[in-house]
Design a protein around this ligand. Structure first.
Ligand code: ATP
Length: 291
């Protein structure tokens, strides 16, 4: 009985937070020098808005720590983390940090707005399909950005398809809420899921955490053009995708099924070599991207 009431109370608290406490601001709301143009979405701890600077007219993204997360250590840490990481990263493919401030007891951070659509939106909303060669070209472009992040001693830890924006032929990496410094003792996401008891994460180069996530991102791109045959029985991605063996091995190394890459430079060189010598788009004609 007690459990029933506890569950009910939890449920009411959740509904209260989502619909009342964390209700996003309306369009047109003015917050310091910014006017809200659109609500972009809410993540685990934050709410993101497209805003316009009232005097310059410039557009930015303003993220607000969810009011319900203000007393939650993880929420505050993710919000502050994004600010710390963005302040250390200066790259044309990473949003520039503009400012952080508190307004009416709410925490805000303002950053450059990146025009375009995420890989997630492209694949699941616009029906864009990536051929094998295109998927690895995207990986190569992403590695240019990720190399910069790693050279700063930072690991992103959340390189997923909703966190990469595509604009024309350029890619941008967003969402640094889970990022951490190389020497940070927080465990990496893939280490938490790893099953091998002999594996010692403290001895693994920190970059391998992002390589692992990037392999999953590439698999999403590759599966965007995969058509399952009727009555197909369950097969592994290695069997289903029919990649050239060099490409398959590269992904297996990123996923640490085979000896992992020791550095992002090494991985990037291997991807470059793969694109030049082993990827033939004729094997997998691409559906023209829907723009
Ligand atoms: N700098 C940016 N430029 C353009 N769009 C952005 C920018 N930052 C975030 N967005 C968009 O705002 C929305 C919310 O982003 P946000 O990173 O706060 O949350 P999330 O990715 O949904 O969740 P979480 O932070 O829990 O991973 C997403 O649609 C994202 O694409």
């Amino acid at each position: 009985m007690l459990r029933f009431f506890t569950l009910q109370a939890e449920w009411f608290r959740h509904v209260w937070e989502v619909f009342v406490v964390d209700r996003p601001y309306e369009k047109g709301k003015q917050i310091r020098s910014y006017e809200i143009m659109d609500f972009l979405g809410a993540g685990g701890y934050g709410m993101a808005y497209l805003v316009r600077h009232r005097s310059s007219g410039e557009r930015y993204v303003m993220k607000q720590l969810r009011p319900s997360s203000k007393k939650n250590k993880q929420g505050l840490r993710a919000h502050q983390n994004e600010i710390d990481m963005l302040s250390q990263l200066h790259h044309p493919a990473i949003p520039t940090l503009v400012e952080q401030f508190e307004w009416q007891q709410q925490e805000f951070v303002v950053m450059a707005w990146v025009e375009g659509a995420t890989f997630w939106e492209q694949i699941f909303e616009q029906g864009v399909r990536y051929s094998h060669a295109e998927a690895f070209q995207m990986l190569h472009k992403l590695l240019d950005i990720v190399q910069h992040i790693h050279q700063k001693g930072i690991v992103h830890r959340d390189l997923r398809i909703p966190n990469v924006i595509v604009h024309e032929d350029r890619l941008f990496v967003i969402d640094f809420g889970l990022a951490c410094k190389q020497d940070d003792s927080r465990p990496f996401l893939w280490e938490q899921t790893r099953q091998d008891p002999a594996f010692d994460p403290r001895k693994a180069p920190f970059c391998q955490s992002d390589h692992y996530a990037l392999a999953h991102l590439v698999l999403f791109l590759l599966y965007s053009s995969y058509e399952p045959a009727a009555n197909e029985s369950e097969r592994s991605w290695q069997e289903e995708l029919g990649l050239p063996s060099r490409a398959r091995q590269l992904l297996e190394r990123m996923l640490q099924v085979k000896a992992p890459f020791r550095s992002t430079e090494e991985l990037s060189t291997e991807v470059e070599n793969l694109i030049k010598n082993h990827m033939d788009d004729a094997q997998n004609p691409s559906t023209p991207p829907v723009s």
